[in-house]
Design a protein around this ligand. Structure first.
Ligand code: KIV
Length: 268
């Protein structure tokens, strides 16, 4: 919408100015174009790709090649938004050298401006290494979907004092390791507020209440395109499932009844 292109330094400035940061996921060109044109600051090619596009039960089956492919598609539409690509499972739970190579692919082949991955103190060395080579890193703590088996499901994290302190310590460690921003997912509102007040880098919340510096939602949740489950934190701004189902049913009925196509919808 004619707004300035979002950059890593600009997002940091937004926090200083107290301006909220907007983020949405996208996985293909047409939706990324709509999101970009709406002036959203960050487009995240999330590994939620596995769940909302591929129909998997979790994000774990998503591969590097798939992330590169979808990031490329989205990159052709991301003219003003900062393009962040998720690092899939096992692309950074490996050596630091492999992590650098995989992140480099998302930047070089996928044309992302930054990468995101899950974890706290355990991935701080990877955040440090990538930052050293000027690959900006968005961190992600709290309910980290790649840890679904350890967590025993998608459960709110950091409710007990010890767990809350560990998350605050993780956040500080990630900031000092060079992360330019941090996603806080599925943690209590007050803990998200405390982390947000403690850090200089912006926090981007999802299921973390209203006190983060920015918000992110999975596009398919916001549009009502993913209906398998409806987490409490999701606000549906549209019901595209109903609109698409109605269009498909009317098309089928028109073809069966001979109403489509008409003579005028063909060629002389
Ligand atoms: O993969 C994803 O879409 C994400 C968001 C939910 C933050 O990590």
């Amino acid at each position: 919408m004619g707004s300035k292109a979002a950059t890593v330094p600009e997002l940091l400035n937004k926090k200083v100015r107290g301006e909220k940061i907007t983020a949405l996921t996208a996985y293909d060109y047409p939706f990324a174009k709509l999101i970009d044109e709406a002036g959203i600051d960050i487009i995240l090619v999330g590994d939620t790709l596995g769940i909302v596009v591929q129909g998997e039960e979790s994000t774990l089956p998503v591969t590097m090649d798939q992330m590169v492919y979808h990031t490329q598609m989205v990159s052709r539409a991301a003219k003003q938004a900062l393009l962040v690509a998720d690092m899939p499972f096992m692309s950074y739970q490996c050596s630091v050298e492999e992590t650098i190579k995989n992140a480099g692919r998302l930047i070089q082949e996928g044309r992302a401006a930054a990468v995101k991955f899950e974890g706290g103190d355990n991935v701080a060395d990877r955040v440090e290494a990538l930052s050293r080579y000027d690959i900006p890193v968005m961190a992600h703590i709290g309910l980290t979907p790649q840890s679904v088996h350890r967590m025993g499901g998608y459960k709110v994290q950091g409710r007990e004092n010890r767990a809350a302190k560990a998350l605050l310590d993780d956040a500080k460690r990630l900031e000092s390791s060079g992360a330019f921003s941090i996603v806080l997912e599925g943690i209590p509102n007050r803990l998200a507020e405390k982390i947000t007040q403690t850090l200089k880098i912006p926090t981007i919340g999802i299921g973390a209440g209203p006190h983060c510096d920015g918000q992110v939602l999975v596009m398919h949740d916001l549009l009502g395109l993913f209906t398998r489950f409806h987490p409490k934190f999701v606000r549906r701004y549209a019901d595209l499932t109903a609109i698409a189902s109605d269009a498909f049913a009317r098309y089928k009925s028109d073809v069966l009844s001979g109403k489509f196509p008409t003579e005028a919808e063909g060629y002389e």
